[in-house]
Design a binder for this molecule. Sequence first.
Ligand SMILES: Cc1cc2nc3c(=O)[nH]c(=O)nc-3n(C[C@H](O)[C@H](O)[C@H](O)COP(=O)(O)OP(=O)(O)OC[C@H]3O[C@@H](n4cnc5c(N)ncnc54)[C@H](O)[C@@H]3O)c2cc1C
Length: 386
Amino acid sequence: MDADIVVIGGSPAGLMAARNAALKGTNVILIDRKESIGNPPHPANTLFKGMFDRTGETVDQCYVIKKLKGARIVAPSGGEVFIESPAYFLNRKKFDKYYAKQVLKAGVDVRTGIEAFNVIRNEEIFSISTNEGTLRSKLVIISDGINSRIAGLMGMKPIKYPGDIAWSMEAEVEASGLGEADMFEYYVGSHAPGWKTTYSPCGGDRATLGVYVRRHGKDVSSFFDAWVERFKKIKGLNELSFISKSVGGDPIAAIPNEIIGEGVMITGGSAAQSGIGYGMHAGQICGDVAADAIAKGNVSAAFLSEYRKRWNHEYRNEYYLGRIALETLRKMTDKEIDSMMKLFEDEDLSFIQGDPVIKAIHIAKFIIKKKPSSLLLAYRAALRRK
Ligand SMILES: Cc1cc2nc3c(=O)[nH]c(=O)nc-3n(C[C@H](O)[C@H](O)[C@H](O)COP(=O)(O)OP(=O)(O)OC[C@H]3O[C@@H](n4cnc5c(N)ncnc54)[C@H](O)[C@@H]3O)c2cc1C
C-alpha cells in the first residue's frame, strides 16, 4: 500500500480534502498532472468573501490582486442592481500555491507531473495507474475537474444535469484605466443564454472579460466575440489588447449526483460543487469523512455517505434554489428580465440576509409587496418549455 488515500487532482477541493485528511492523521498522496500545483492556473479568479467564509479560512493578502465592493448586475436594457458584498480578484497561481503549502505542511505527499490513467479496485485495494507506475490505496478521492474522466471510467455519474454546465470563455484584456473600477459587472439576457457575461477589473489597465452560456454547446466563441464588441461600446473603448484567453466549464446549475462509491469520493467541480469557496468547503468535508473512514477501517459507501449528508445539510437547498433561479433566467425574455430587475433598482437590498431559503422568502415577500404580478411572470417563465 502506498497510502491510505490517493487524491487525484489538485483543485481547490482536492487540496482541502488532502489537507484535512492528513491533519487527522491519515497517510495521503495527492497527484496532479500539472507541472506544479496552480501552474498553469485555472481561469477562475473571483472570490466572494461571504462564500469563502463558509470554509472557516481567512483570506490572505498574499494572493489578493484587488479588493472589490461587490457586483453590479446589469439588465438587457442597461438598468442596474448593486449587490454590496466584499469580493476579491485573485492571483490564482499564488492562491493555489498558498494552499498547496498548507497541504505539504500537513504531511501530504504531493506529486506533480503525474497523470492518473485509470483506477481499478481489487480485494478492497485500489490500483491507480499513472505515467509513473501504479499507486495503491484504501480510498480514492477524485477531484479532477469538470467532466471527470476518472469518475466516468469508474462508471460513476457525479453530475445530475451535465447538460446544464455553463460553458465559458474568459480573456485577460488591457486598455487604459480598465482595471480601476471597484465592482464586478455581470450582464444578463439573451446575449448570454442561461447565465451571464462578465467584466472583472483587477487594477491598473487590466481586467478579464467572460461569457458563461448554458445549453448552446461547448464552443461559446461567437457569444464571446459579440460580448467584446458590446463591451467596447458600453465603455467607449476603441482598442482592447488581449493578453490571454481560456475556456472551460462551470457546473453552476448542474447539481451533485453520485459523489460516493465503495471506497470512492468525488469532490469539487467534478462533483458539480461549483465555485472556489464552496468547492473548498466540500473538499474539507470530504477529507474529514475520508479520514474518519480510514481510522474506523470502514470505507464502505454506507460509511462515506456521511460526506453526502453533511454536504446536503450545508449546501443542497442553496444549489437547488440557484438552479431554479438560473433555469428561470434562461427561459425569460429580455423584456421580462428588464421588468423583473426594475423592481430591485435603487432599492436597499441589505434585507436579503440569512440562509438560502430565508433569502428566497425575503425576495418573494419584497416582490409581493412591490409588484405581485412579477412573481407570476417568473413562475410562468419557470414553467415554460425551452
Ligand atoms: C472560465 C471559468 C471561470 C470561472 N470563474 C470562477 C470564479 O471567478 N470564481 C469561482 O468561484 N468559480 C469560478 N469558476 C468555477 C470553477 O469551475 C470552480 O470554482 C473551480 O475552479 C473548480 O475547480 P475544479 O474542482 O473544477 O477543478 P480544477 O481546478 O479544474 O482542478 C482539477 C485538477 O485536476 C487535475 N487533473 C485532471 N485530470 C487529472 C488526472 N487524470 N490525473 C491527475 N491530475 C488530473 C488538473 O490538472 C487540475 O489541476 C469558473 C469556471 C470557469 C470554467
